[in-house]
Design a protein around this ligand. Structure first.
Ligand code: PGA
Ligand code: ZN
Length: 397
């Protein structure tokens, strides 16, 4: 039974305010969780409200109705959030309030039972952590004057443990810095800790390729490449073109371009290669690469929403879904989306946001729900909070 709930505004990794929730139970359980925030948010995401105002209102109208609920009844807790919110996009209470409370409740319930969150949610037979998927070069909405493609990602497919995987990604990140400096392209980092050089996308591909080859030579661990194109950010509806610095591509040309990159760089993962309204364009890319092991992943396309995913399934739009709990606002909804994905053979990738806190809950969710990857950057305090938690979780297996 919930004894007490606290909400406060805290700082996120971009220096913006965000919501933190704490829930204590009568039996001594305690859970704390924070809301992350996106920069390249999908238009169909649940709606965030300004933290201070949302916290103030929630203290008045929401929190009193949650006290004495059974924290072990996660569905009931999340249904109550929806009922009190009264909207379809959580704009009543704010998705930031909802996700912080929903996750804090699960953690309080797990803590009451003296269990780790991944055990509480995943059960006794969970025995594997996901591979870390992290961006090493980036631009788009996450850095000024850098690459057009938002994220150049890596996956340490040859790693045999979470610790090895995490350190392999970090080594690639380091090697990329050295290569950039050697090319006279030394630079700072974007919002998620990826290098943000002033280079064209083609050079970024070359550099990541060079770095992963180097790391393979040094360690024998294979590292594959991936992308988050975040194509909604480059889509210009008026002209019907994807606008790059040096090119404008029709949907047809975009599909051919992505298929070509997939083959040239043996991409294992391509997120949002097409804008968020175009299920058919997604389906055509998925079809194009169907002979390969490439995951075509919908982020802005699906926004962790069951209804959007159902439409994707009907259209054979993708074979993978990005899961961001704050896009949908509650743990129950997050779980339902992952369950549907699993039923239809979609892989699930649990993800951070570009604006983050040191909250490490997604490491537990990714493990409990059997996600193939956890997307959470490679370096930086708010990123390593999640990566290091994978190392800790693995020690239990
Ligand atoms: P966001 O970007 O958190 O800024 O939305 C991450 C992503 O697009 O995957
Ligand atoms: Zn994305």
């Amino acid at each position: 039974e919930i004894a007490d709930i606290l909400l406060r505004t805290i700082l996120d990794s971009r220096g913006n305010p965000t919501v933190e929730a704490e829930i204590s139970t009568i039996s001594g359980g305690f859970g704390r969780a924070c809301a992350p925030s996106g920069a390249s948010t999908g238009i169909y995401e649940a709606k965030v409200r300004p933290s201070d105002e949302a916290v103030f209102e929630a203290r008045e109208h929401l929190i009193p109705k949650l006290i004495e609920l059974d924290s072990a009844d996660q569905r009931g807790f999340d249904e109550t959030l929806h009922e009190i919110d009264g909207t379809s996009d959580l704009s009543g209470i704010g998705a930031n309030i909802a996700v912080a409370l929903s996750l804090a409740n699960a953690k309080a319930a797990a803590s009451s039972l003296n269990m780790e969150l991944y055990q509480y949610l995943g059960g006794a037979f969970i025995s594997q952590t996901p591979l870390p998927l992290g961006n090493v070069i980036g631009g788009g909405a996450h850095a000024v004057d850098a690459t057009d493609i938002q994220e150049f990602l890596i996956i340490p497919t040859g790693a045999s443990s979470a610790a090895e995987a995490v350190f392999t990604n970090a080594l690639v990140h380091k090697r990329i810095k050295e290569i950039l400096i050697a090319r006279g392209k030394g630079c700072g980092k974007g919002d998620e800790g990826a290098w943000a050089p002033h280079i064209a996308d083609l050079e970024a591909f070359e550099i990541v390729n060079e770095a992963t080859t180097k790391v393979f030579d040094e360690t024998g661990i294979e590292v594959r490449m991936g992308l988050d194109v975040a194509a909604s950010e480059m889509w210009d509806a008026a002209s019907g073109r994807y606008v790059y610095k040096n090119a404008k591509r029709t949907t047809e040309e975009q599909i051919a371009y992505i298929a070509d990159l997939t083959e040239t760089y043996n991409l294992l993962y391509v997120e949002d290669p097409i804008q968020e309204e175009d299920f058919e364009g997604f389906a055509r890319i998925t079809e194009e690469v169907s002979g390969r092991d490439t995951l075509i992943c919908g982020d802005d396309l699906f926004v962790t929403n069951v209804v959007r995913l159902e439409e994707g399934i009907r259209n054979d739009a993708c074979n993978c879904i990005l899961i961001k709990p704050n896009q949908i606002g509650t743990l129950t909804d997050t779980f339902e989306t992952i369950s549907l994905a699993r039923d239809y053979g979609y892989e699930s990738v649990m993800s951070h946001r570009s604006g983050e806190t040191t909250d490490n809950t997604i490491a537990h969710l990714a493990t409990a729900f059997g996600c193939c990857f956890m997307k959470s950057g490679v370096v930086g305090g708010e990123r390593i909070a999640k990566l290091n938690e994978l190392i800790r979780i693995e020690e239990h297996f």
